[in-house]
Design a protein around this ligand. Structure first.
Ligand code: ATP
Ligand code: MG
Length: 367
């Protein structure tokens, strides 16, 4: 290829690029500016060509981070340096740029002195704004969910408080009457139902009294093994298999309130057993992912319908004849109090997967 053909080729490539490109000589002079660079930075080629980077951009307030990328490349001799930085146009508009810069060197002769540097940038303002908006919406949604949970908890406490005395009285008098008239019809039914209401009151008050976690270092692997050893005779007696897979390092330690976490996992395991009346398989897995420890409890039970799924963590939501519906509300509160969260996925007639996520920050008593 002839030299001037090469130049035409390079010019065409530069003109068709969506990324802005500026080449800077070793004296700091901008000697190549493509059209995308003009558009993104809102400077014409004439305003930049032959000028020093500092001469143009250092004077523009609000561009400290943008300029720092160039300084970092110069002082630290960085190759392929990438950073997302704010940029302020001459008219004062704020943009977010993804910048890539690198030293320019003679590819044919590595020993030759550096020719200068090249700066590539891309306007990601729109993407960034959308991401920020999405984050805001997520935070808002989480706040609404928490607010709803708090309101439901308050309602549950209020109702339990109101029925505690009447229910104790009904139960007490029914028991006395039954003692005096053992054959009186329906009295046993009244007593049975009064006991059930008393249980509900007790469950709600247990929920209200859930203590704040008293965390201590805990080896997750042995802790989970202990929990499963406790449940395994019950599972096998009900024709259910149990599988445990732990991909955590042997000495992985978390700061937990063992009693409370055992209670939360117990609630999930008991629900799984109740969903597999005909037998099935309970699989417990644990692993580390993105700074969190995940404990997955999976069953092959009857599953949860799409209609029920949004409500299963609400106090008093139960699809069981004798269920109170406080189990998952309690498990969720315990995990939330450990700065973690519970997710659920379910398919009717296939099974359910509950995933408990706990922060895995080691050596952090608050985690
Ligand atoms: N593993 C599971 N498989 C299928 N359904 C489940 C499972 N876990 C929970 N559910 C559904 O979520 C509902 C709420 O569970 P939760 O533990 O809060 O209450 P419960 O088990 O009904 O009563 P209890 O308060 O006695 O535990 C259950 O009634 C059931 O419909
Ligand atoms: Mg339950």
């Amino acid at each position: 290829m002839m030299n001037n053909e090469k130049i035409i080729l390079y010019e065409n490539i530069l003109a068709s690029m969506n990324d802005g490109l500026i080449a800077i000589s070793s004296d700091g002079e901008m000697f190549m500016i493509n059209p995308a660079a003009e558009e993104i930075l809102e400077y014409s080629r004439e305003q930049l060509q032959g000028k020093g980077w500092g001469e143009v951009f250092f004077l523009q307030g609000g561009n400290e981070e943008f300029n720092q990328v160039i300084l970092d490349v110069i002082y630290e001799k960085k190759i392929k340096y990438s950073k997302i930085v704010p940029y302020c146009t001459p008219s004062g508009r704020k943009k977010i740029l993804a910048m890539n810069s690198s030293y320019l060197r003679d590819m044919a002769d590595e020993k030759k002195p550096l020719i200068g540097m090249i700066v590539l940038f891309y306007d990601i303002s729109e993407f960034y704004r959308l991401q920020e908006r999405e984050k805001e919406l997520l935070i808002k949604a989480r706040e609404l969910i928490q607010e709803r949970a708090r309101a439901l908890e308050k309602l549950a406490q209020g109702v339990a408080h109101e029925i505690r005395n009447p229910v104790t009285a009904i139960g007490g008098f029914a028991a006395r009457l039954l003692k005096e008239n053992p054959d009186l019809k329906y009295l046993d039914k009244i007593l049975q139902n009064a006991r059930r209401l008393e249980n509900i009151v007790t469950e709600v008050s247990n929920f209200t009294k859930l203590s704040t976690p008293r965390k201590e270092p805990c080896n997750v692997r042995t802790f989970l093994e202990d929990v499963l050893v406790y449940y395994s005779p019950l599972l096998s007696s009900k024709n259910m298999e149990i599988a445990f897979q732990c991909d955590l390092p042997e000495h992985k330690t978390l700061h937990l309130d063992k009693g409370l976490i055992k209670e939360a996992l117990g609630i999930l395991i008991e629900n799984a057993m109740e969903a597999m009346e005909e037998g099935g398989r309970l699989t417990v897995r644990c692993f580390e992912e993105k700074g969190s420890v995940k404990i997955v409890i999976e069953d092959t039970g009857k599953g949860i319908s799409e209609n029920d799924l949004p409500y299963i963590f609400d106090p008093f939501f139960s699809t069981k004849a004798n269920g109170i519906g406080m189990g998952l509300a309690k498990a969720k509160k315990i995990i939330n109090d450990h700065a973690g969260y519970i997710d659920v996925e379910s398919n009717v007639e296939v099974g359910t997967v509950f995933t408990v996520t706990l922060p895995a920050l080691e050596n952090s008593p608050g985690a």
